[in-house]
Design a protein around this ligand. Structure first.
Ligand code: PLP
Length: 355
């Protein structure tokens, strides 16, 4: 039988980086540090507690978690300004479901996070992509011209950007929010890894009604396996998302794990500083090898340029180091791992580049 698949889905492969079993996996911007024994024990105890009420649906409004996330974000964010879902991927799909739709357009600027066009497609929203400059910054005049031409109901801007690591200055965010007729999503999945002095768009939240700042526990909190993403925005935007969410979309187990992680925020985030330093060391080392490296405010580095980037990627994989073949042609992206993993990456790269 020919499946009645939507035309635009025919022949499309599911999104996802290869999940290969390799000694050094530096390809999906995970946090390399597993939870400590203390955190693991607390999570296990809390989850054991919640199993006794799993016959009941969870708190649909995840009120305690919203309070915890609002406290964590600071900047005067109130619980009714917080929304959460199963990873920021789901948060952003819900944004497209609520604010996109047939006859509407979502805009981003390439290179950008590769899932955005998929959210747009799945929410039957038009997709328009402008461009970033040679140094991966966003030219405000170009951004405003694209917005004026396409009148997007959603603008998606990762900051720090994936795959380049580039953060947006606040004046750019402000200009885009003032010009955009719809909501502007500043995707700060890597926000906690910002270099000192790089601001968060949260600073603009109280004065910018169409601004959404998206975050995740997958990276800084080392909780990618738990699937918890969230955002801060106006209560009206959060209320709109309540309309499109599936009933009880955040399981009691997920809510419990996220709450325990928030209680251990200090310990979990201490590792972020180690990773920021390791990131800076990696940038310096790659530059010392004569390579180009994009300035990074994230937990990964985009470096190049290679005539045949696939050969370099394959050479590293042959030596047990998996990185990501993504970004503009000629560039590769490496996630920041432990000092030992980065040493393995450096050794392998030297072998590949100077055979
Ligand atoms: C820019 C950006 N946004 C969002 C996500 C989604 O993260 P999660 O769904 O794990 O919260 C990622 C994941 O890599 C990302 O790079």
């Amino acid at each position: 039988m020919v499946l009645p698949l939507r035309e635009e889905l025919r022949g499309i492969e599911p999104y996802g980086a290869p999940q290969l079993d390799v000694p050094v996996a530096l390809n999906v911007n995970e946090n390399p540090y597993p939870p400590s024994e203390a955190v693991a024990r607390d999570v296990a105890e809390a989850v054991a507690g919640v199993t006794r009420t799993l016959n009941r649906y969870p708190d649909r409004e995840f009120s305690e978690l919203r309070r915890g996330l609002a406290d964590y974000l600071g900047h005067g964010v109130m619980p009714e300004q917080v929304w959460a879902a199963n990873g920021s991927n789901e948060v952003m799909l819900q944004l497209l479901q609520a604010f996109g739709g047939p006859g509407r357009v979502a805009v981003s600027f390439a290179p950008t996070y590769s899932m955005y066009p998929e959210y747009a497609r799945d929410a039957m929203t038009g997709w328009v992509v402008g461009h970033r400059e040679e140094d991966f910054s966003l030219d405000v005049d170009h951004a405003l011209a694209v917005i004026a031409e396409h009148r997007p109901s959603v603008v998606l801007l990762p900051s720090p950007n994936n795959p380049t690591g580039t953060a947006l200055p606040l004046h750019t965010v402000r200009a885009v929010c003032e010009a955009a007729p719809g909501v502007v999503v500043i995707d700060e999945a890597y926000g906690e890894f910002r270099r000192t002095g790089t601001p968060s768009a949260l600073e603009l939240l109280s004065t910018t009604p169409n601004l959404v700042v998206s975050r995740t526990m997958s990276k800084a909190f080392a909780l990618a396996g738990a699937r918890l993403g969230y955002l801060a925005a106006s209560p009206e935007i959060c209320d709109a998302l309540r309309v499109v969410r599936l009933p009880y979309h955040l399981s009691a187990v997920t809510q419990t794990v996220a709450l325990v992680a928030l209680r251990h925020a200090d310990e979990l985030l201490a590792r972020v500083d180690d990773l920021r330093q390791e990131r800076d060391r990696t940038v310096d080392w790659l530059r010392a090898q004569g390579l180009e490296v994009a300035d990074s405010d994230a937990n990964f580095c985009l470096f190049g340029r290679f005539e045949d980037r696939h050969a370099v990627w394959q050479g590293l994989l042959d030596r047990g180091v998996l990185i990501r073949e993504t970004g503009p042609d000629g560039w590769l992206r490496v996630s920041v791992g432990t000092p030992e993993e980065m040493a393995a990456f450096r050794t392998a790269l030297m072998e590949v580049l100077q055979p």
